[in-house]
Design a binder for this molecule. Structure first.
Ligand code: ADP
Length: 554
């Protein structure tokens, strides 16, 4: 028995005992006629006083040691003694209160230990026998006295047997209940542990959609949104979940998997979420479970992969097309040049020839850009000094006519080196710098170049105070052929994006119209990449006769 049950039982027995003796005294005072012989109220009151006194002792004992076997034994003996006194004082062998022995026997059976009931029955028989012997003269005859005694004795022992078997059953049931409760706690623990070791968020709701439980992963994914949300409607936390719940409701097992967007800490989050039903052992629907993952990053990755796929397809097509155009273009250029030098063309025709040459040059630049875009990934690692690369690029750019004469601030450590495909890095630097210069105002143009490094990566910032990019345009600048310039190809930044991705880095843009633009490029300091099949590189080399650097700078 646990201490709670002990306390309850002890209090019940103690209170019951006092009540019986109080009633006994009251009955003696109110209905003296119902007692056999003369009622000695003072004796009965003394008996009640004894009961109170013993109760005080038992309470003290109980508080000190709990419901020990000694306390139970002592109570059994004193209960039988009190019953004996009561029977003796209320008529001895003829007393109507011999049932008090039965109560003492039942009490000791309930309190235990195992043999207490038997002992109590024996003790009751013994003391009752003594009372009967002492008061036998009050019985009309000896036979009647013996009959009364044997009748009561049989009753005591029958009650003892019954009470013992009942208390045994009670104890068995208690034991089973204890085991079942223990198992249930264990099961609950296992379930909680399982739910918390899930990497997916789990929320269970009742049939009305109110939250009953959420696991640790749910808290990690949804953060404060889910804190202390027990009893709240799940639709208030995850808008759209109510549709999922109702679709799940109509199906036999689980609902469809859906994607739901929600705002968590002012950030848009996409949840991949599915629903399942929860039934009790009778097959009654108890509620639903929602299982979900944060797929925001996966979705973004998917979008990036789609873009990369699109770019790769375009690149292949562009390379093929550019290759086909280059030879006739070279013939057109050559023929125009020959005609110009041959003197066969009139002076006004010379102007047209120069247009042909200029436009052929522009087309050649475009096709070369296509070829660069369709270039297979390759790795020709070399260690380059970043500051030297920027200085070389700036010299090249400043030679270009029509580029604004801007102030250039460069904050790149002298010894910052990066192991990378040099040609690719130059393409990135040149394209981003070229755009920056082209965007600058006529006057007070400023280009800032800052590079910093950690153990693993280098971060390059190229910032201008040019015309900036509108949010609408910003979404498209990495798309091939997107340009806002009358003579632009729209391939510069898509080439940059592709190269940076191939090098294992990433590129970000921050821009505000009429304020300026900042490109932030992060590259790993060392990048181990697989070299593509040699055949592919050779094919590319064959297709492109000009070096990547010259292509973009021509
Ligand atoms: P192109 O330079 O041939 O137009 P890009 O791919 O290099 O092609 O650039 C795409 C577009 O991005 C540009 O047309 C321009 O609108 C925008 N852009 C790129 N860099 C800048 C910049 N630094 N400032 C303003 N706009 C820019």
């Amino acid at each position: 028995m646990d201490s709670k049950t002990d306390t309850r039982l002890f209090l019940l027995v103690t209170a019951g005992r006092l009540l019986i003796f109080v009633l006994l005294v009251m009955a003696g005072a109110i209905f003296p006629g119902s007692f056999v012989g003369e009622v000695r109220l003072s004796y009965l009151s003394c008996l009640l006083g004894c009961a109170f006194f013993l109760t005080l002792i038992w309470i003290y004992w109980f508080q000190k040691k709990g419901l020990s076997d000694q306390l139970k034994g002592a109570q059994t003996v004193t209960d039988v003694l009190l019953a004996t006194m009561a029977v003796y004082l209320t008529g001895g062998i003829l007393s109507r209160f011999s049932f008090l022995y039965s109560i003492a026997i039942i009490t000791s059976c309930l309190l235990g230990p195992k043999r207490a009931g038997t002992r109590s029955a024996l003790l009751s028989t013994l003391f009752y026998a003594i009372v009967c012997i002492v008061t036998r003269n009050q019985a009309p005859s000896l036979e009647e006295a013996a009959f009364t005694f044997f009748l009561n004795m049989a009753a005591f022992n029958t009650i003892a047997l019954l009470a013992l078997s009942l208390s045994k059953r009670l104890r068995n049931v208690e034991e089973k209940l204890k085991d079942t409760t223990k198992d249930m706690h264990l099961l609950e623990e296992i379930q909680r542990h399982l739910a918390n070791s899930l990497r997916s968020g789990l929320i269970t709701v009742d049939v009305n959609g109110r939250i009953l439980y959420y696991n640790i992963a749910a808290h990690e994914i949804l953060g404060q949104v889910v804190t202390n949300s027990y009893g709240k409607y799940v639709k208030d936390l995850i808008p759209g979940s109510e549709r999922l719940l109702s679709s799940c409701h109509g199906q036999s097992a689980t609902g469809d998997r859906r994607e739901l967007g929600l705002m968590v800490n002012d950030k848009k989050m996409i949840l991949g979420i599915s629903c399942f039903k929860i039934f009790d052992h009778m097959g009654e629907l108890l509620g639903h479970g929602l299982i979900f993952q944060d797929i925001t990053e996966i979705k973004a990755q998917e979008e990036r992969l789609k873009l990369i796929d699109r770019l790769a397809a375009l690149g292949e097509m562009a390379a093929g097309l550019a290759h086909e155009i280059r030879n006739p273009l070279a013939s057109i250029s050559g023929a125009a040049e020959y005609l110009g030098q041959s003197g066969l063309v009139m002076p006004e025709g010379q102007r047209l020839l120069s247009i042909i040459e200029r436009e052929a040059e522009r087309l050649s630049q475009l096709t070369n850009s296509f070829l660069l875009y369709g270039r297979p990934e390759r790795k020709r690692s070399e260690t380059v000094n970043l500051k030297d690369e920027f200085s070389a690029a700036l010299i090249l750019l400043k030679q270009r006519k029509r580029l604004s004469q801007a102030v250039v601030e460069m904050d790149v450590p002298d010894d910052l080196e990066i192991t990378v495909d040099g040609d690719m890095l130059r393409q990135v630097i040149l394209n981003v710098l070229l755009n920056a210069f082209q965007a600058l105002p006529e006057e007070k143009g400023l280009v800032r170049i800052v590079a910093t490094s950690t153990d693993d990566e280098v971060q390059i910032e190229i910032e201008d105070n040019g015309l900036g990019i509108s949010p609408e345009t910003l979404k498209k600048i990495f798309n091939p052929f997107f340009t806002t310039k009358p003579e632009g190809t729209g391939l510069g930044l898509s080439i940059v994006h592709r190269i940076v991705t191939e090098l294992g880095g990433n590129i970000q843009v921050n821009s505000e119209p009429y304020t300026g633009t900042r490109f932030t490029i992060t590259l790993p300091l060392r990048k181990e990449k697989e070299t593509p099949p040699e055949k592919e590189i050779l094919a590319y080399e064959a297709a492109s006769s000009l070096s990547a650097r010259n292509l973009s700078m021509s």
